[in-house]
Unconditional design. Structure first.
Length: 103
């Protein structure tokens, strides 16, 4: 096997593994976004982190098939939409406790 053939095989395997990683991160992020109660939750933070990871990895897979890329990009848009729908952290008003003095 020539060096070029070995490199092509290695690149193809790397691309498949990258697509698997991207798909798993997207699935994980969509699940986390669905259970996030608000933007202050750990689930939301992890979903945002996974979203950023996917956005970073997508350009590293330029040889992705057109249909596959379309599905991934649609899932990324869906994830962004779901993350944007998670409510902001509710403000909690604190009132000092008042004690009645009994004399």
């Amino acid at each position: 096997m020539s060096n070029n053939a070995k490199l092509a095989e290695l690149r193809a395997r790397t691309d498949r593994e990258l697509m698997t990683l991207i798909q798993r991160e997207l699935d994980r992020a969509l699940t986390l976004a669905a259970v996030a109660a608000n933007r202050g939750s750990a689930f939301y933070g992890e979903a945002e982190k996974a979203y950023r990871k996917v956005i970073t990895l997508l350009p590293k897979a330029p040889d992705m098939r057109r249909g596959q890329r379309a599905r991934i990009e649609a899932a990324v848009k869906e994830l962004r939409f779901r993350l944007d729908q998670v409510p902001a952290v509710a403000k909690v008003e604190r009132h000092p406790a008042s004690f009645a003095s009994g004399a």
